[in-house]
Design a protein around this ligand. Structure first.
Ligand code: ARG
Length: 459
């Protein structure tokens, strides 16, 4: 059991149970790199400001760098009995350089230290997350581009609705992912304020230079209030909220793909390498990877709830409850990075079942809106046109006929405005070509969007 940073005030050691119960080293050791980088910047500043002798500062920096090297090689032995990562590194430093190590914690508290560590971690992970989202977008774009002409029946309420380009649907995913990316970028701005120097919560009487530490650590700005600096965990909540929204999108995409891969839809085939089988039903090929992606939202949203509930009603400044913000943060980040990685791979392993899809496009209910718009263009009011087409659809369904099978005389019973030109409307290609509004599924517009995405993602 390591020595406590606060041991001398205590007339008695904490019980073994208290030690175990309060220790966070099992999970916060993953912050070691940031803890050390923060300490290096802090020690350099202490030396520069003559708060500690320059000679001690450089010894501390040297010692910390050697610990960092070991941490990065994976050869640093974390002390399972340490209270937290801060104590563990501090003690390791004392072992390596002796007495000067005890000057490192001057004008600092673990309260501002942990806020700094987590912010640095989040800044790195946010960048990683953004890169992973971009990889997924590239993967989706590739599928869209190589199937740019494919038209699929689109659905609302999961009932067959209208024709759209498959690429248009895939680009819809791109838009939601883009919002997720910019949400993370935006949260980054607020996480980019350096808290060190707040100390326990009131600041310090020693002449520290926070600006110097900020620059050394590459932060965009300083936190402005020492109490807020150690109380604030918005940067964790924002990250978790952003990941929760992202996971809503990913679970929607996963659900679409799962549906499309069913025998009933048969729009896509997902490569065997992303599926598993059944122990009892020999014929099965189940989309388990996608199901786990869909299911992971529960975990990530649980992580967000967990931190929100942890924070609610806490008094100002540091409270030990805050230690419990890290496991949910780490869980959500690990889960999401895994998902983004495998999802990008999976998109490369989807085959579009073009013939099966084409066979579905003969369902003429897909063109009902096109017929309505055909009539509107001839001067019929929207209401009337809707009624006319509604009747046609009902009669055709009742009599087992197709609209394209009606002759001109039969068509004119519904409206005198019908002419031979109607036949040209009753096909999937016409259906998408006819759309002209900005943002619609019109092939020229979609091709333009694909180009636009390409330039954007390759920037
Ligand atoms: N391990 C704590 C955390 O994760 C930081 C230590 C602060 N401890 C203290 N007694 N002030 O938040």
């Amino acid at each position: 059991m390591s020595k406590k940073l606060w041991g001398s005030r205590f007339s008695k050691k904490p019980s073994a149970f208290t030690d175990r119960f309060t220790s966070s080293i099992s999970f916060d050791k993953r912050l070691a790199k940031y803890d050390i980088l923060g300490s290096i910047a802090h020690a350099k500043m202490l030396g520069k400001q003559k708060i500690i002798p320059l000679k001690d500062a450089s010894l501390i920096v040297k010692g910390l760098k050697s610990i960092l090297k070991d941490v990065q090689k994976g050869s640093f032995k974390f002390d399972a009995g340490a209270e937290d990562v801060h104590s563990n590194i501090q003690e390791a430093l004392a072992k390596r350089i002796g007495d000067p190590a005890h000057k490192l914690h001057t004008a600092r508290s673990r309260n501002d230290q942990i806020a700094l560590d987590v912010k640095m971690y989040i800044k790195d992970q946010a960048q990683e997350m953004i890169d992973l989202i971009i990889s997924l977008q590239k993967s989706i774009l590739k599928l869209a581009k190589s199937n740019a002409k494919v038209i699929i029946p689109g659905y609302t309420h999961l009932q067959i609705a209208q024709c759209v380009l498959l690429a248009h649907q895939l680009l819809a995913y791109m838009e939601s992912l883009e919002r997720d990316k910019t949400r993370i970028e935006d949260a980054l701005k607020r996480a980019d304020l350096m808290p060190l120097g707040a100390c326990a919560f009131s600041g310090t009487g020693l002449p520290i230079d926070r600006e110097n530490v900020k620059k050394e650590l590459g932060f965009g700005g300083l936190t402005e209030n020492s109490i807020d600096s150690v109380s604030d965990r918005d940067f964790i909540i924002e990250m978790l909220a952003d990941l929760s929204i992202l996971s809503v999108h990913l679970s929607r995409i996963a659900e679409d793909l799962i549906l499309w891969s069913t025998k009933e839809f048969n729009f896509i085939d997902i490569d065997f390498s992303f599926c598993t089988g059944s122990s009892i039903m020999p014929h099965k090929k189940n989309p388990d990877v996608l199901e786990l992606i869909r299911g992971s939202f529960g975990k990530i949203h649980g992580d967000l709830s967990s931190v929100l509930i942890l924070m609610k009603g806490l008094p100002s400044s540091y409270n030990r409850d805050l230690q419990l913000d890290k496991p949910p943060l780490f869980d959500a980040i690990d889960t999401m990075e895994n998902i983004l990685e495998i999802f990008a791979e999976l998109f490369q392993n989807i085959v579009i079942e073009k013939e099966a899809i084409a066979a579905r496009l003969t369902d003429e209910s897909l063109f009902s809106v096109d017929i309505v718009e055909y009539l509107i263009k001839k001067g019929v009011s929207y209401r009337q046109a809707h009624d006319i087409v509604g009747k046609m659809v009902r009669d055709c369904l009742d009599k087992g006929k197709k609209i394209s099978g009606l002759n001109l005389a039969e068509l004119r019973k519904y409206s005198k405005h019908f002419d031979k030109g109607l036949k040209d409307v009753l096909n999937a290609q016409a259906s998408v070509d006819l759309k002209v509004s900005y943002g619609s599924t019109n092939p020229k517009l979609v091709a333009g969007r694909i180009k636009n995405w390409e330039t954007r993602l390759n920037r």
